[in-house]
Ligand binder design. Sequence first.
Ligand code: NAD
Length: 372
Amino acid sequence: MNKKIVILPGDGIGKEVTTEGKKVLEKISELFDHRFEFDSAIIGHDAIEATGNPLPDETLSKLKNCDAILFGAVGHPKYDNDPTLKVRPEQGLLKMRKELGLYANLRPIKLFDELLEASSIKPEILKGSDILFFRELTGDVYFGEKGRKDEGKTAYDLMIYQKYEVERIAHKAFQAARTRKKKVTSVDKANVLESSRLWREVVNEVSKQYPDVTLEHQFIDAAAMKLIQNPKSFDVVVTGNLFGDILTDEASQIAGSMGMLASASVGDQVGLYEPIHGSAHDITGKGIANPLASILSAALMLDISFGLKQESEAVIKAVEATLKNGYRTADIADSKTPKDKVLDTSSMGKQVLAQLKIVGSRQIAVGSNYNS
Ligand code: NAD
């Protein structure tokens, strides 16, 4: 298979983790005989420094003309500490999502058994949790009218949704539920918000086309509580941009660390794959960032954008085997982890590559037996 992939490292640890994600894609192409052509582009703080624009035209053009994107993160302390700066890294991210029509953000929350102890939630509550979030990405308060009045003493952000925006993500959630446990939980605040009442109406309407899938509605406050009380009760969750932003960070605790969670942003064109974490200024440049979320994002790319299920599975199994062998980055290590098993970013990447070679070769061997 021939594919063109753009690596978009962005800022901070984005660069460190996408380096490892790219190596995994290179290894997959070598093992499974695909031809992946790589290009790279700038976004965020780096792009502002170089061009004054957080999403330069050259970057956008590369992104529009490739098969998939492996993204890191954007953000820089300079902007976090000064909200008055007009040109900001996250504008590049929001514009990219809009321009590429990336309206659905998929976040699988799957707990690796080896990390049961790394979470702040009790293992018996967590074990067996497997949730797939669909967060709407191009509507809501992030894109509604915003501003100040009364000489700056009043501020507003309009929470707005249109029917078609809810419909298209609801369809994606129901379709995914059909391949899983056939349950969709739609999360809103329909007891208070008019945009949530529209959300609920439309989800109910779409659900009629999927009679084999059970639909339930939960208010965001109740869902936030149930997510840590009984995470196993969820299968597919569909929700708006703001509620999804908060809920998926909460859910990252189920997986043990932000450094473990991958995500896919998809629409009708190219797919973008990224860890859910940000640029993590506090650890940038120290070489200790966990690269597994970026590596698992690469696995999502192989599955969702390229339909390469076996290759995607090989990456996930390689990560599993690495954890089983006891290797950890600092964020997922605990007091019982032997010092020599706590790895830096590139050593963790190397361990996954070594396991990938073993898992991939085994898969190829099994595949050829089947063919003969
Ligand atoms: P963050 O996700 O960058 O970090 C939160 C905490 O998790 C930090 O303590 C960090 O060290 C840790 N962490 C995150 N990823 C890790 C990894 N791979 N390995 C080990 N530890 C990891 O969130 P934040 O600190 O709130 O934000 C930092 C910057 O990132 C801000 O500028 C913010 O705007 C930006 N941000 C960008 C995105 C994005 O680009 N999609 C998302 C969230 C935040």
